[in-house]
Design a protein around this ligand. Structure first.
Ligand code: PGA
Length: 256
């Protein structure tokens, strides 16, 4: 019942010329669709308007990375959820570990950003995940529990929220947790969501993505773990062929 989602996070990568990759992805999907899963690309904000134009007529969903909690105002350099919606985004990644570490973002701020996404009518993709040290200390579940509790707005529901579990040590490192470790954390998150939202069914309906070094070579191993409903893909989303290869792991199959 949960439709898989593979979302590409371009991070601070992409110039106008990179839209050629988006075109290649669109063409590839037009030739060989993957109706079993949603594909989303989150380019930098500078490319959203052009990407929307490029993607017209395609099934690829457009997303954005980060937003300011307020709708408008004197916040030089910031971009509001409303602006991202206006530029064509349907979703916003919030609470990515790079925002949490580079900009000291707290769970409370992530929560406010997710609420801003809802206010603008967008889906919030809320990221959580433990550091290498926290995994070594055995505190992974405690950290993820605390991040979820702080970052998830009360109004979170399957229709407006996706959770991405991204172990910080797996991001961009080529390292991945074992499928058993992913299953453990995703199962735990599923239970916590039910508790936090006050309804097991609400938790059961939310999509949970795994993120961190997802590549064509490990996609089938990671995407079909129980309670994994897709992936948040960084580096491998920059190349249309790699991103398509990950998305097409779902061709002819359902979610985990
Ligand atoms: P990666 O990044 O796929 O390059 O590891 C994932 C992410 O940060 O979302």
């Amino acid at each position: 019942m949960r439709r898989p989602l593979v979302a590409g996070n371009w991070k601070m990568n992409g110039l106008g010329a990179s839209l050629a990759e988006l075109r290649a992805l669109k063409d590839r999907l037009a030739q060989s669709p993957v109706p079993e899963a949603d594909g989303m690309v989150c380019p930098p904000a500078t490319l959203l308007a052009q990407a929307r134009y490029m993607l017209s007529g395609s099934t690829i969903i457009l997303g954005a990375q980060d937003c300011h909690p307020l709708p408008s105002g004197a916040h030089t350099g910031d971009i509001s959820a409303e602006m991202l919606a206006d530029a064509g985004a349907a979703a916003i990644i919030v609470g990515h570990s790079e925002r949490r570490s580079d900009h000291g973002e707290t769970d409370a701020l992530v929560n406010a950003k997710a609420s801003a996404a809802y206010r603008a009518g967008l889906t919030a993709i809320i990221c959580v995940g433990e550091s290498e040290q926290q995994r070594r200390d055995g505190s992974t579940l405690e950290i993820v529990r605390r991040q979820l509790q702080g970052s998830l707005p009360q109004e979170a529901r399957a229709a407006n929220t996706v959770i991405a579990y991204e172990p910080v040590w797996a991001i961009g490192s080529g390292l991945t947790p074992t499928p058993a470790d992913v299953a453990e954390v995703h199962g735990f998150i599923r239970g916590e969501l039910g508790r936090l939202l006050g309804q097991a069914e609400a938790g059961a309906a939310l999509r949970l993505l795994y993120g961190g070094s997802v590549k064509p070579a490990n996609a089938s191993e990671l995407l079909f773990v129980p309670d994994v409903d897709g992936a948040l893909v960084g580096g491998a989303s920059l190349k249309a062929s790699d991103f398509y290869a990950i998305l097409s792991a779902y061709a002819g199959r359902g979610a985990g």
